[in-house]
Design a protein around this ligand. Structure first.
Ligand SMILES: Nc1ncnc2c1ncn2[C@@H]1O[C@H](COP(=O)(O)OP(=O)(O)O)[C@@H](O)[C@H]1O
Ligand SMILES: [Mg+2]
Length: 343
């Protein structure tokens, strides 16, 4: 790899985590600018690529948002931006940037990129596909059922009976989304039905899960390719009923505890499950695996894997690595190196 690699940093993008992505990009540029020749490009909320100049001004403005103001005439894929780079860092969260679509375009163009491939990205975003692969890998998970909009409309009684078997409370989620959008905790059938209808406005496939009541939310960072490393365990604390959109993105509404105060055997099990979850989806580069631990029953379940976790210097993923001995700038450089060897 060249001493100072030229890396196209893609950020923003058409998901609810647009601003989180910009914050991650700002952090990365500030911390590693002397070691990486970054070429930052902001993707608008509607999927248009801003030019280099507008991208920089968007990134140096810290407050405003770009809804409908800039970039809506830019290309939907700027081939010129992709020419002559050593790698791409698709620092985008959620649909479009984290679900395999952008990864597919980069594959077509033959450009090395940070993170998971098309398959692992898509599986990581689709909760039903993810859970099927986790089950195949014998990872413990809460009980769940998938339902399509079609089946909900045509076989309601059978579906109701299946879902009742999950007990109460339950969680209803669109299969593909993230950021807790469209997710509801429901206490009875009428709440569940309303939440399912709402979830169907986001996706034609919905998942209903048994609640891991009273569980603590633990997270592990994974780094590498076929033989990945795992970090210490972290914990999310929130006063909210669950880790919903507001708790995730309102400053102060949640706090991170690194390392988590959990018994060593629990931490070891979390790390082992995180590694297995990464391998189950054939992850590459990085991922954060989220788990539920119920101390009274000593039950540990894998909740989900995120293939492009939040990446500001104070986000969980970099904090977990810092606590494991890998500082933020070194973490970024290592990911770029992995991109060059991944495929
Ligand atoms: N089965 C469950 N039991 C308890 N809490 C849950 C369950 N599923 C989700 N949650 C809560 O909802 C949050 C978001 O759910 P998650 O599946 O992680 O979706 P997202 O991909 O949007 O982050 C979790 O962090 C947790 O607080
Ligand atoms: Mg989550």
């Amino acid at each position: 790899m060249p001493e100072r690699p030229r890396v196209l940093l893609l950020c923003g993008g058409p998901s609810a985590e647009h601003d989180v992505s910009l914050a991650s990009a700002r952090s990365l540029l500030a911390a590693t600018g002397d070691r990486v020749a970054w070429l930052p490009r902001v993707i608008s909320r509607r999927g248009h690529w801003l030019d280099a100049h507008d991208s920089l001004s968007r990134l140096t403005r810290t407050t405003a948002d770009d809804r409908g103001t800039t970039g809506e005439t830019g290309p939907r894929l700027d081939l010129a931006a992709l020419a002559d780079v050593d790698a791409v860092f698709p620092l985008l969260h959620g649909p479009y940037g984290e679900d395999g679509r952008l990864q597919g375009a980069l594959e077509v163009l033959g450009v090395p990129y940070v993170g998971s491939s098309v398959l692992a990205s898509a599986v990581g975003m689709d909760k039903l596909a993810m859970k099927a692969l986790f089950r195949e890998a014998e990872l413990p998970q809460v009980a769940y059922r998938g339902v399509t909009r079609h089946r909900w409309g045509t076989q309601r009684e059978a579906v109701d009976a299946e879902l009742d078997g999950l007990g109460w409370p339950a969680f209803v989620k669109p299969a593909n989304l993230g950021s807790s959008i469209g997710i509801a905790r429901v206490a009875d059938r009428s709440e569940r039905d309303a939440a399912i209808e709402e979830a169907f406005t986001h996706d034609r496939r919905v998942i209903v899960e048994a609640a891991a009541s009273g569980a603590r939310e633990l997270e592990v960072a994974v780094l590498g390719l076929d033989d990945p490393r795992t970090s210490v365990v972290g914990e999310i604390h929130t006063e909210a009923a669950f880790y919903d959109y507001a708790a995730k993105y309102t400053p102060g509404a949640a706090s991170l505890d690194v390392p988590a105060d959990v018994p060593a055997p629990v931490a070891d099990a979390c790390r082992a499950y995180a590694r297995r979850a990464f391998q189950a989806i054939d992850g590459a580069g990085l991922a954060r695996v989220d788990l539920f631990w119920q101390p009274e029953r000593d039950a540990l379940w894998v909740n989900e894997i995120n293939t492009m976790p939040g990446f500001t210097e104070t986000s969980m993923f970099p904090r977990l690595w810092a606590a494991t001995g890998l500082a933020y700038p070194d973490l970024a450089l290592h990911l770029i190196e992995l991109a060059r060897t991944a495929r």
